[in-house]
Design a protein around this ligand. Structure first.
Ligand code: PNS
Length: 295
């Protein structure tokens, strides 16, 4: 067990708890997590279970850095389980945890799973390569068009990380946590799809998470110039490739901003977004003060 616990009394309680539940081979390592992980496990056998208790405000930088360090630094036995304590009100953000599970006890949530290895193309035991791609976007909210691209990307690639990023040019309706929740709900049946968030540059996320390519949907010629610019810039910045998938013609006119506008004026969006998104959209708009719709 690795804990960031620097308080000696708290560490003693954790140690006593470990003894009382009789964890065979259980070890408690205290200290700043990044420093502990940087020194590598040495001759100690790898852990079957790691429990992390980072500050609840942290996830993106601290936890997404910790999980690869655990996996790549030789700390974990094959198929080791990692659990990361969170506040129960926060989104699970199981981005780097493969086959994620979440248990809740009181005010604490415990997402757990195995850690996804970080190499962009890793070789499986059967000799096959595993390719991980990212589907980035604002997803405010996720539409049937997004879901179509995510589903098709998941059929073509071994692992797909759907990443919610901030488009500085857009004013969001849903919080990032709400967008993540909706994406998790609508991709529940896609086992090789995980959801994550990023701040800053997309290419930095891709590098940190072993992503070999970005997958984006192209709806119409109007998308092309903007997407082409971003694709070329991302390649220039970090040699990350972008793969374009043409949108299903059923959704070529579909944009989150149009969906929000139609819903705001009481229009029917049931054929444009998944059912759960439509419900959340209605609830969100109902909770907001009415906007001046005058002529
Ligand atoms: O759904 P959107 O609005 O088209 O998503 C755009 C997003 C968030 C993927 C894009 O704005 C982005 O990648 N932002 C992160 C900042 C960044 O990397 N900018 C440089 C792009 S060349």
């Amino acid at each position: 067990m690795i804990t960031r616990e620097s308080d000696a009394r708290a560490a003693a309680v954790i140690r006593a708890n470990m003894e009382s539940v009789g964890l065979p081979g259980g070890r408690l390592i205290t200290g700043t997590v990044s420093r502990v992980l940087a020194r590598r496990p040495g001759a100690e056998p790898p852990f079957d279970l790691a429990v992390a208790d980072p500050p609840y405000a942290a996830w993106d930088d601290e936890v997404t850095g910790m999980l690869p360090a655990l996996a790549d630094g030789g700390w974990l036995a094959p198929a080791a389980l990692v659990a990361v304590e969170r506040a129960s009100r926060s989104a699970p953000r199981a981005g780097l945890l493969a086959t994620p599970r979440t248990g809740t006890a009181g005010t604490v949530k415990l997402p757990s799973g195995t850690v996804t290895p970080q190499a962009s193309v890793r070789r499986r035991k059967d000799g096959m390569d595993v390719h991980r791609v990212a589907c980035p976007g604002s997803f405010d909210p996720v539409t049937n068009g997004h879901l179509d691209i995510i589903t098709r990307a998941a059929l073509l690639h071994d692992e797909v990380i759907v990443v919610v990023g901030a488009n500085l040019a857009k004013q969001g309706l849903f919080t990032v946590d709400e967008r993540v929740d909706m994406l998790e709900e609508v991709t529940r049946d896609l086992p090789n799809v995980t959801i994550a968030t990023f701040r800053g540059l997309l290419v930095d996320f891709c590098r940190a998470h072993g992503v070999s390519a970005i997958v984006k949907g192209l709806r119409a010629v109007s998308d092309f110039e903007y997407e082409m610019e971003m694709a070329q810039m991302n390649y220039r910045l970090a040699e990350i490739e972008t793969l374009f998938m043409t949108a299903n013609p059923l959704y070529s006119f579909l944009r989150s901003s149009l969906v929000k506008e139609i819903a705001r004026y009481g229009g029917d969006v049931t054929s444009l977004v998944p059912v759960t998104v439509e419900k959340r959209l209605r609830a969100k708009l109902a909770s907001m003060p009415p906007r001046d719709g005058g002529s």
